[in-house]
Ligand binder design. Structure first.
Ligand code: ADP
Length: 244
């Protein structure tokens, strides 16, 4: 099983912006098969942690995935090490079809150009990703016509075909309908069973239904960690987060 050793080990992560310490010595271990949620009030440092892991914020400490040190690598090299992320606003090519977006993500640009002219064989990984994210019926639709939720699913599909083994998803259900949230939760569980998934989220209802573990951040530090029930029962969490 090539995913067996895929765990994320963050040690003493620290990010400073002009003297302001946004991430202050964070330790985080996420194993393959885990569906970890990062929660915490606005400004707790969640997105900055994801930025640091993906080479978009200067950080000190250590971030290892599958034993490989990621800190200091440029973001394209982090991606090549099997780490993929989404942003709160999906970035897909609106003029291209769902299939073409996936095909480009799969790295076969030449094939994508061929697809623009005539339909040719679709790589197996692309077929699988279409099915996993539930967009098979919309494969030929321009990505621009997709609903907000469907765009997020396409972005997740693009990470799957890129062969990301660590997925960092920034508020994937923000702005989604209840039905879309449920579908996304099930999708994340399916992916999380095989890959390492970290989700930045603050919707407690969503968390209760789908998280297998939770890390609560506050002022750049880990405040609490455990199952949803454990962190919900933690008085410090109640005080700074759930109580507010
Ligand atoms: P969260 O995702 O938990 O809401 P962020 O990681 O976005 O929090 O931000 C953590 C803190 O770092 C906030 O106080 C924010 O204002 C600050 N911050 C984030 N990015 C920058 C930046 N590029 N320059 C200066 N301060 C930043």
């Amino acid at each position: 099983d090539r995913f067996r050793h895929d765990y994320l080990e963050v040690r003493g992560l620290r990010v400073e912006f002009d003297g302001f310490v946004a991430v202050d010595g964070v330790d985080l271990t996420v194993t393959q098969g885990d569906l970890r949620f990062l929660i915490g009030p606005n400004g707790a440092g969640k997105t900055t942690i994801v930025d640091a892991i993906t080479g978009l914020a200067r950080a000190s400490g250590s971030v290892r995935f599958g034993g490989v040190e990621l800190l200091g690598k440029a973001s394209h090299r982090v991606a090549r090490a099997g780490v993929g992320r989404t942003f709160q606003t999906a970035s897909v090519f609106d003029e291209l079809s769902v299939l073409q977006n996936l095909d480009i993500a799969a790295g076969s640009r030449r094939k994508a150009r061929t697809l623009l002219r005539r339909r040719s064989a679709v790589p197996e990984v692309v077929e699988q990703a279409l099915e996993t994210v539930g967009l098979t019926a919309l494969r030929d639709a321009p990505a621009g016509v997709l609903a907000h939720g469907q765009k997020q699913w396409l972005e997740i599909g693009m990470l799957l075909v890129q062969d990301s083994r660590l997925l960092l998803l920034d508020e994937p259900v923000a702005g989604m309908s209840h039905a879309e949230r449920e579908q996304t939760g099930l999708l994340l569980q399916r992916i999380g069973a095989q890959r390492t998934v970290v989700v930045v989220e603050h919707d407690m209802e969503f968390l209760r239904s789908f998280a297998s573990s939770v890390t609560v951040l506050h002022q750049g530090r880990v405040l609490s960690e455990g199952t949803v029930a454990q962190v919900q029962a933690d008085p410090r969490v109640v005080e700074v987060y759930l109580g507010s």
